[in-house]
Design a protein around this ligand. Structure first.
Ligand code: NDP
Length: 260
């Protein structure tokens, strides 16, 4: 996906996959620095551990507490988190988050990234809905203490009824991810209204039951493949300064994942 964008825009760079075991993380980061890399992505299990080898964190990465993208700025390694920024780019294609009310299902890594980024972008309120209360309350505290967004936590038991004044509903849980592709988050679909924008983080398969049911109720929808592509768009922009075409990357990803 990234190399398809490099080819399309004639960016003279490569994107290489490297398997790094946990004990080798420090040396891998030092190696990237020694080789003059412009940056790198890092995935699980390194998203938190990598922080101690970096020089600085962007504000959102610091609040999220995890880094998935590292950028070389004049020899200093800056940690970013592009998951939430990719979501925001997708969201803005449908609705401006400023002043809107959002229900966020989940409180894990993806939910933290989305909550922090939308709060910093001026969303009016976030209702965090999660099974595990400690996790949900911790995310709500992070938002309340560091942003101007209003936030509340609601424990998730039974089918959640979405309040009528909500603008954006996001599934940021792993419900619907392969192999449990038929699973739907427990919400009362009678409370899903046509004026709501419904987003799912699940990238594969992108047409989750939530997306299909929301479409059937007349909602605008955002799939997780768009978020995945857009975090790549954000990463390339951070590394090279170039805004690449998301459609080129999406087509490549769909071919690789055999999505028709
Ligand atoms: P985490 O393990 O950090 O969090 C998982 C979340 O899902 C928790 O809030 C958990 O609730 C909730 N959850 C899981 N199963 C259920 C269930 N049956 N009922 C209710 N809640 C449930 O995972 P991540 O946040 O890192 O990832 C979540 C999903 O986001 C993954 O499927 C991942 O593929 C996707 N993702 C997509 C990205 C994209 O670019 N499209 C980027 C990053 C992630 P609890 O706390 O109660 O256990």
């Amino acid at each position: 996906m990234i190399e398809a964008a490099y080819r399309h825009h004639q960016i003279h760079a490569r994107y290489l996959n490297c398997e790094v075991a946990a004990p080798g993380l420090r040396d891998a980061v030092a190696g990237a620095r020694a080789m003059g890399w412009i940056g790198f992505n890092c995935s699980l299990p390194h998203k938190v551990a990598v922080v101690e080898y970096l020089d600085e964190l962007a504000k959102s990465a610091s609040l999220i507490g995890a880094v998935n993208c590292v950028v070389n700025r004049d020899g200093r390694w800056i940690g970013e988190n592009t998951d939430g920024q990719g979501f925001l780019l997708s969201l803005r294609e449908k609705v401006d988050p400023s002043g809107k009310r959002m229900v966020l299902l989940g409180a894990g890594g993806a939910a933290r990234a989305i909550a922090v980024e939308t709060a910093l972008a001026g969303i009016r309120s976030i209702t965090v809905v999660n099974r595990d209360c400690a996790r949900g309350e911790s995310l709500a505290r992070t938002i309340a203490e560091n942003t101007s967004a209003q936030v509340e936590f609601v424990p998730w038991d039974g089918d959640y009824r979405i309040p009528g004044d909500v603008d954006v509903v996001v599934n940021a849980t792993s419900i619907g991810f392969y192999p449990e592709i038929g699973a739907t988050p427990r919400i009362d679909f009678e409370t899903v209204r046509a004026n709501m924008t419904v987003a799912d983080v699940i990238p594969n398969p992108p047409r989750t039951p939530l997306i299909r049911r929301a479409e059937a109720r007349g909602c605008a929808t955002l799939d997780g493949l768009g978020m995945l592509v857009n975090q790549g768009v954000v990463g390339i922009k951070l590394w090279t300064g170039i805004s690449v075409e998301a459609a080129v990357m999406r087509r490549t990803l769909e071919a690789v994942l055999r999505i028709i």
